[in-house]
Design a protein around this ligand. Structure first.
Ligand SMILES: Nc1ncnc2c1ncn2[C@@H]1O[C@H](COP(=O)(O)OP(=O)(O)OP(=O)(O)O)[C@@H](O)[C@H]1O
Ligand SMILES: [Mg+2]
Length: 282
């Protein structure tokens, strides 16, 4: 019988929910701790047929995904999807290419270019964020030229080479909240509003989650964005703007444990169902 491996770097509440859902559905799910694996392409013996990649560490998750795909074991999400979603600049470029409404963005490498780009974009405020990053870390709302100079100098002097590439987004006026939609195989299965008095609305930063109904527009943009980046299991951050919904970014190893209660949807169950369907097609 074919089986699935849950690949992790720590069993969080989210992974516990997935494992419980698998047990409920009588699915054989092996648990693999990526930290104890030897990814030796000459000797690796896999007793599973599909990997569900759930590592907290993007670096470990990415390397492991490349390894399993190279030795012929498919991974959810695929390496191609992960490569796009882990990089905000590449996500933005991909969405734009596929005509999916997204937040205006630009990439520059110096203060002069940043100033020109911000002027062309319509002026301050703008958002600086690491192209590779999560949990709202190192996000900066830059309100004026003084702040711009400071942020760029700090990145230039203190930052890693990666921080010397400045991914800048237009600041979007939100109604005190944004939307996170949970998308499995192109279908938005549920969504939450994240309300916060702070402009960063992540639940990891104190945003409050409540159920967000899946409207036609939300369903449509979720499917478009999923198709653009290559499908799989995705969480999308979406802004409500005067011009309609816009995708902010897409997460490929999503956290969802605090969203099952407000939405009443078993996200973990949907993840396991998608793994079963994928396994059947192998
Ligand atoms: N351009 C923007 N305009 C207005 N608010 C923004 C903008 N970009 C980000 N935010 C706010 O900051 C939050 C975090 O941004 P983003 O999702 O891009 O960062 P992140 O570090 O990838 O977070 P996570 O991985 O937890 O989703 C968003 O949910 C939103 O509330
Ligand atoms: Mg986000």
């Amino acid at each position: 019988m074919k089986s699935i491996a849950l690949l992790h770097s720590t069993i969080r509440g989210d992974e516990k929910l997935i494992l419980e859902a698998a047990r409920r559905k009588d699915v054989d799910m092996k648990i693999i701790d990526v930290r104890t694996e030897v990814l030796d392409p000459y000797r690796y013996e896999a007793d599973f047929d599909l990997v569900l990649e759930r590592c907290i560490s993007t670096v470990k998750g990415t390397h492991a995904t490349r390894f399993y795909e190279a030795i012929g074991i498919p991974v959810i999400n695929s390496g191609t999807v992960a490569a796009i979603c882990e990089d905000k600049f590449l996500t933005s470029l991909t969405l734009l290419k596929h005509k999916v409404p997204t937040v205006e963005f630009v990439m520059v490498f110096s203060l002069e270019q940043a100033l020109k780009a911000i002027r062309d974009m319509g002026g301050f405020p703008v958002i600086f964020k690491p192209s590779l990053g999560s949990w709202g870390r190192l996000l900066s709302k830059v309100n004026d030229i003084d702040a711009l100079e400071t942020v760029i100098e700090h990145k230039d002097v203190l930052g890693s080479p990666q921080q010397k590439a400045f991914y800048i987004q237009r600041y979007v006026e939100k109604p005190g909240r944004d939307i996170r939609s949970f998308v499995v195989d192109g279908k938005a299965i549920c969504a939450i509003y994240r309300d916060s008095p702070h402009w960063i609305t992540n639940t990891a930063r104190g945003g409050k989650a409540s159920n967000c109904p899946i409207t036609k527009d939300l369903s449509k943009i979720s499917r478009q964005a999923s198709d653009a980046v290559g499908g799989g299991i995705l969480a999308m951050d979406i802004f409500e703007t005067e011009e309609g919904l816009k995708i902010n970014e897409i997460n490929h190893t999503m956290e969802f444990k605090n969203s099952e209660a407000p939405t009443g949807v078993s996200i973990s169950g949907a993840i396991v169902d998608y793994c079963i369907q994928t396994l059947k097609k192998l």
